[in-house]
Ligand binder design. Sequence first.
Ligand code: NAP
Length: 470
Amino acid sequence: MKMLIGGAWVDKKETIPVHRPYDGKVIDHIPAGTKEDVVKAIESAVEGFQVSKKMPVHKRMEILWGVVDYIRKNFEDFAKMIASEGSKTIREARKETARCMNTISVSAEEARRILGETIPFDSFPGGENRVGYYYRFPIGVIVAITPFNDPLNLVAHKLGPAIAAGNSVVLKPATDTPLSALKLGEAFLAAGLPPKVLNIITGRGSEIGDVLVSHPAVRMITLTGGVEAGVQILKRSGLKKISMELGSNCPVIVCEDADMSKAIDLSVSGAFWAVGQNCIGVQRMFIHEKVFDGYVKKFVEQTKAMKVGDQLDESTDMGAMINEREAKRVEEWVDDAVKQGGKILTGGKRNGNFYDPTVMVDVPENAKLAVEEVFGPVVLMYKYNDLDDAIKRSNSVNYGLHAAVFTQDINKAFKAVYELDFGSVIVNDSTDYRLDEMPFGGVKHSGLGREGIKFSLLEQTEPKVVCFNL
Ligand code: NAP
C-alpha cells in the first residue's frame, strides 16, 4: 500500500515489507518515508487545517458516518487485514472491527456536543457590565502515533475525535501493522474528507520520529505506545500539547467469595487475548489462599485447552506474537524468572514467533517478569491471605492502567475501588474490559491524559473565552 500525503497516495523506491506473523510471509510493502516526506506531510496538514477548522459540524458528522458505512460494507476485509498483519485471531479481529465502527460512530455523535458555557462575569465586583462565554475550538495539526496491537481501533481513537473536533492530522502507524491504518485512511477519503486534512506517513519511528514530533507547526502529539517511545518523544517534542497512552502491568485480585468459574473464564481470556499483547491484559493474579489451589488447577486446564495456530482459522484461540524478536524477549524474561525460582505450570516454550500460553507461580515479585510489562502470553499467580496485602502488592509496580477484583462482597469491592492506584478498577471482570467511550488512561508510567472519545475531544480542543464589556 502507499502512504497518504497532500491528498495523494505516494509510493517510494525504498519500501519496507509487511509480514504475516503466523508464517513470516510478506503480504505487502509500504513506502519507507523519509524526513523530507514527514515535512511534506506536516506542511500538507497545515494547509488541511485551514479547511478542516471551517468545516461545519454537520459536515464532519457526515464524513464520520460515511466512514462507519464504508467499514460496514468492507467489514470482513478489515477483519482479515487485522488478522493477517497483526497477532489477533480472525474472531478477535472482527471484534476490533466492530469496536472501530463504534469509536467512529461515537465520534460523530460527540461532534455535536463540543460545548461551551456562559460565564457569570458579574460574580466579582467590576464585572457587572460584562457578558460572555467560552467555546472550544480545534487545536491545529495533530501528530498521532499508534502501536501494532490494535492496528485499526487505536487508530480510530486518534482520527475519530481529531476529525470531529476540526483538526488536521499526520498519522504514523506502527511499522509492523500499517495496513489497517492505511485502509482506514481510504475510508476517510471515500467518505469525503477533504484532501490534506488527513496525512498518513509510513516509516520507522526511530528514523522519522524526531522530525515528526519536533516540527514547530505541530500543535499536539498523541501517542499510544510503549514507555520508551513516550520518553523519547517527550525529550524532543518541545512545547506542545501531549497525550500519551502507554504500557501497564495489570493485576487481578480474586477474593475467596468470588464466582470462581466467572473469574477463571474472564481472566484466561484477559490474559491471552491478542497473545497477551494488550495494554490491559492480565499479568499478575492475586488469589486468596483458601481458593488458590483449585483456582490455579482450573486456570491451567483451560489454558492448556487453548488452540494455538493460524489466526485466519476460525477455530484458533491464540495466534503468533508480532515478531520473533518479541517472542524471544518474552522467552528471556521467563527464563530469567525461572532462574530466580519461578515455576512454569504450563507453556514456557517458544517456536519461532509463537510463544505458548504460559502460567507461572513462585516468580519473585521483584523479577523483571513481575515488575515490567510482559506484553506477551504469560500470567503470574500469587497467593494472598489479606486484602490489604493483595492491594499493596497490586500497587507495587510503576504502572497504573487497569486493575480488577472478583468478589461478591460489596465492602471488599469498594475497598479495592478506593485503594487500587489505577485509572480503572473493574469489579467482576478481568482488567481486559474497555468500552470505547469511557475515560481511558492510567497513572504513573501508564500515560498522560485520557482517551475515550469525549475525553479525547477535550484534549484535542482548546477553550476560547469571549467577553463583551457593555
Ligand atoms: P512502540 O514500540 O512504543 O511503538 C509505538 C509507536 O511509536 C509506533 O508507531 C512506533 O513506530 C512509534 N515510535 C517508536 N519510537 C518512536 C520515536 N522515537 N519517535 C516517534 N515515534 C516512535 O510500541 P508497540 O510495540 O507498537 O506497542 C506496544 C506498547 O504500546 C506497549 O507498551 C503497550 O502497553 C502500549 N499500548 C498502550 C495502550 C494504551 O492505550 N495505554 C494501548 C495499546 C498499546 P515504529 O513502529 O516505526 O517503531
